[in-house]
Ligand binder design. Sequence first.
Ligand code: AMP
Length: 170
Amino acid sequence: MDLAKYLRDVPDFPKPGILFKDITPLLASPVAMKTAIDRLAKLPFGKVDKIAAIESRGFLFGVPLAMQLGIGFVPVRKPGKLPWKTNRVEYKLEYGSDSVEIHQDAVHKGERVLIVDDLLATGGTMGAACQLVEMCGGTVAGCAFVVELCFLPGRKRLGTHQVEALVAVK
Ligand code: AMP
């Protein structure tokens, strides 16, 4: 099954010049979603103890993946959303900065965590999520995406972390 057929290109969203990859056709198809989760589950990351995913579209793939693998799920969220003690990492955007948080006790020392998001663009968000896992004492098992925008330097920004994506957009 070609999962690229379940992505809708929306030009100039959310602002002029951005070609937005809309995943809602994928979400609307139970067969395509099952295929996506099955493929994510088979990616070669070695032993994985937990899945972490990035608010909010990452959750749509991270939770079913964690359930399929029979392991726990950890949310990485925008600031001020998580109720317990948090670690925070700030990262640079094209204009300004943003930050993400994780519960301090969400990942234990030595655990191997696979981090999931819907799409890799510049890699800023995923890079910050990797730092959060490491701040908790965990090891990043890898970074898994449904879509990678290969014309952006996201993979490079993630350095030595293993990066895998189901759909490569050239
Ligand atoms: P980045 O930190 O630049 O890698 O951006 C990744 C986050 O922004 C992901 O969580 C995506 O959901 C979202 N995103 C960035 N660019 C796009 C795009 N062209 N289409 C859809 N989502 C995008």
